[in-house]
Write a protein that binds this ligand. Structure first.
Ligand SMILES: Cc1cc2nc3c(=O)[nH]c(=O)nc-3n(C[C@H](O)[C@H](O)[C@H](O)COP(=O)(O)OP(=O)(O)OC[C@H]3O[C@@H](n4cnc5c(N)ncnc54)[C@H](O)[C@@H]3O)c2cc1C
Length: 341
């Protein structure tokens, strides 16, 4: 059995490693010069438990299962985040604080009410806060780990155009299966309705001692999350998307215009305005560093479904997931297809 994996993000790397451990011959092709270099590097790196998804039961369920699985398999690639807080905005939230907590409790998610603390007193216009035990995925370490364990099996700087029928035919001749792990980028997966969302978010340096993260819910709100030491990411559901397109060929141009100084400055102002209306001391506590650009592939979903899905067209299998915590589902489904397990 010989399998080709296209894309060395979290999904491509994990699937390739699982297959190698089963004795399968695997070749991974990655267009950049290292693993974990696409969305798997440029994201908020939160190891979810489900608190982010009050509107989708299945996503919460997959996250909670995936959290324990991830710690068991990649526990050395995660860090604890002290004071990992979710707050519910007192106006325009899709759910109120009590309902939010009932949903989480019903899904067996464990949290503490944040009754009083230095952190709580920093925020206003928030109707309630909880403290959770979600973790941080250490993506630089993950990149080094996969570069090492997959060494000899990965070819870097190798772009594979899966939208070209001749290239796919050639791969089908050489391999029993081709697994597309490019998050819907190397070709359009016919079975799924999704679009591309070029994103901007920012790095800030924390100036205060206390460690915390704050995710405001539920709707178009911001999130401040640790990234690397005192460097934090600031994302915003409202302001992070640069645009939305169904045409992959438009993505480059959208990024190009977003990288202009005037656009970055305007976006930064919007992010900071938004945060300061809930966290007035934000710019006393954090210092601006730089913008970050990343591409999100997003499923069209009425409920905010962000779980893992697999599509199969003969020898060609595609993995599509909205988060890193569903590697276990990707692995299970791939093994079912390949070995009938
Ligand atoms: C702003 C933002 C914030 C996010 N926050 C979180 C979060 O906090 N927690 C979480 O769990 N998830 C988060 N996500 C989602 C998460 O990043 C993705 O679900 C996950 O990284 C997808 O992994 P992947 O391996 O499928 O894709 P990727 O990491 O994108 O990997 C695909 C790889 O394929 C390569 N590739 C693409 N096309 C080709 C080709 N034609 N030939 C060869 N190689 C190719 C790319 O270079 C890339 O390395 C966030 C995403 C964004 C954009």
């Amino acid at each position: 059995m010989k399998i080709c994996v296209v894309g060395a993000g979290w999904y491509g790397c994990h699937v390739a490693l699982s297959l190698l451990q089963k004795g399968v011959k695997v070749d991974v092709f990655e267009r950049s010069d290292r693993s974990i270099s696409g969305a798997s590097r440029y994201n908020q790196n939160r190891l979810h438990q489900g608190f982010h998804y009050p509107r989708d039961y299945e996503t919460r369920k997959q996250s909670l299962e995936g959290f324990d699985w991830f710690i068991e398999h990649y526990g050395n690639l995660v860090a604890t985040v002290s004071n990992n807080i979710y707050g519910i905005a007192d106006k325009v939230s899709n759910v109120d604080f009590e309902t939010y907590k009932q949903i989480m409790t019903a899904s067996h998610l464990v949290y503490d009410d944040l009754v009083s603390s230095d952190i709580k007193s920093k925020f206003r216009n928030v109707s309630g806060m909880i403290n959770t035990t979600e973790k941080l995925i250490l993506n630089h370490q993950a990149s080094r780990y996969f570069d090492d364990v997959l060494s000899g099996h990965i070819t870097y700087k190798k772009f594979v155009d899966l939208s070209d029928d001749e290239i796919v035919l050639d791969l089908k001749d050489k391999y029993d299966f081709i697994i597309d792990c490019t998050w819907g980028c190397a070709r359009k997966i016919p079975e799924f309705d999704y679009y591309y969302e070029p994103c901007i978010y920012f790095y800030y340096k924390k100036k205060i001692k206390v460690e915390f993260s704050m995710t405001l819910m539920d709707g178009e709100f911001f999130s401040i999350y640790p990234y690397d030491g005192d460097i934090y990411t600031l994302t915003s559901v409202r302001n992070t998307p640069i645009s939305k397109t169904y045409d992959k060929n438009c993505v480059g141009e959208l990024f190009q215009s977003a990288k202009q100084e005037s656009y970055i400055t305007r976006k930064r102002e919007l992010f900071e305005e938004e945060v300061k209306s809930y966290y007035p001391e934000f710019l006393d506590d954090f210092e601006y560093l730089e913008p970050v650009f990343s591409l999100k592939t997003k499923l069209v979903s009425g409920t905010d479904y962000r779980g893992c899905m697999i599509a199969r067209e003969g020898q060609l299998i595609s993995i599509f997931s909205g988060k890193i915590d569903t590697l276990h589902i990707a692995e299970q489904e791939i093994m079912k297809v390949i070995f009938g397990e």
